[in-house]
Design a protein around this ligand. Structure first.
Ligand code: AMP
Length: 270
């Protein structure tokens, strides 16, 4: 496994790889990340994993500071998986070339973009640098961050001619979507997250049978979750899977949630 710290070494290492798979991460790896890496290893000749906690996508300094990190543990996991390349850039390296600021369209300022101001601009900013630097045939990303994939496809992948492979959300045995932020939760919190996840999985099938009443049902569910678990629900919304609008005509819809368990913000979609 080659560890690459700068763009020049990265270029040397990957320049002759025709079929490269790329898995961008912020580290603190879990089975969700591992599933992306396994998908890449299956589909591509070589796999490059990046670990970079991108400060630009955090709208709160404390959230960035408290984001869980453990590079030694991550490198061990990647070594055991026989990953070919690991890219560990510094902020100054990845943002060395200054590019024009990305501005989201008004229509896209929904869900997490509405509540985390500047978050996706930061995500798009770093992904644009990665796409510019890394000529990967496929980039593997998780449906867990559905809006992220939607925006990367919309704003970047055509321009940079990158193919994104969507990978399913990996959950623990209690249906909690794996996330690096789960490392910040205690047992009791994880139990609540599990109740919420199981509850929403059932709720989606209830919605399916009562689509005409969806607004009322969703409003009630939001109140129920708040009262039952004493959590702050930022949003609970049903959106068109294709364009994330609220116009839903057929079965192409997803239920999106963002909520706070104490100070930890969790997102999921079903
Ligand atoms: P992160 O390190 O949180 O930025 O995530 C890196 C990549 O892993 C993103 O494409 C995420 O969507 C994906 N990912 C995170 N959690 C999961 C999960 N539970 N299942 C599948 N993919 C995930």
């Amino acid at each position: 496994m080659k560890i690459l710290l700068n763009i020049s070494d990265l270029n040397k290492a990957i320049s002759k790889v025709g079929n490269l798979g790329f898995v961008p991460t912020m580290g603190m790896l879990h089975s969700g990340h591992i599933s992306l890496i396994k998908n890449s290893k299956k589909k591509c000749k070589k796999t490059l994993v990046s670990i970079f906690v991108n400060p630009k996508q955090f709208n709160k300094t404390n959230d960035y500071k408290n984001y869980p990190r453990n590079l030694k543990r991550d490198l061990n996991i990647l070594k055991n998986l026989k990953v070919d390349f690991v890219f560990l850039p510094k902020k100054s390296e990845i943002f060395k070339k200054r590019l024009k600021k990305i501005i989201l369209n008004k229509n896209d300022k929904i869900l997490c973009a509405k509540y985390r101001k500047g978050h996706f601009e930061g995500v798009l900013d770093v992904m644009r640098q990665f796409f510019r630097i890394i000529e990967a045939k496929y980039t593997f990303m998780g449906i867990k961050d559905y809006q992220q994939i939607y925006l990367i496809k919309k704003y970047l992948s055509k321009k940079y001619k990158r193919k994104i492979i969507l990978c399913p959300t990996i959950r623990d045995k209690n249906k909690v979507a794996l996330s690096s932020r789960n490392f910040l939760l205690n047992k009791k919190d994880l139990k609540i997250a599990s109740f919420i996840s199981k509850n929403l999985l059932i709720f989606k099938s209830i919605l399916k049978r009562n689509m005409k009443l969806r607004n009322l049902l969703i409003n009630n569910k939001k109140k129920e979750l708040k009262n039952k678990f004493n959590i702050k629900v930022e949003y609970l919304e049903l959106r068109n899977e294709k364009n994330l609008s609220q116009i839903i005509k057929n079965k192409n819809y997803r239920l999106f949630i963002a909520y706070y368990l104490k100070k930890v913000r969790l997102i999921d979609n079903y």
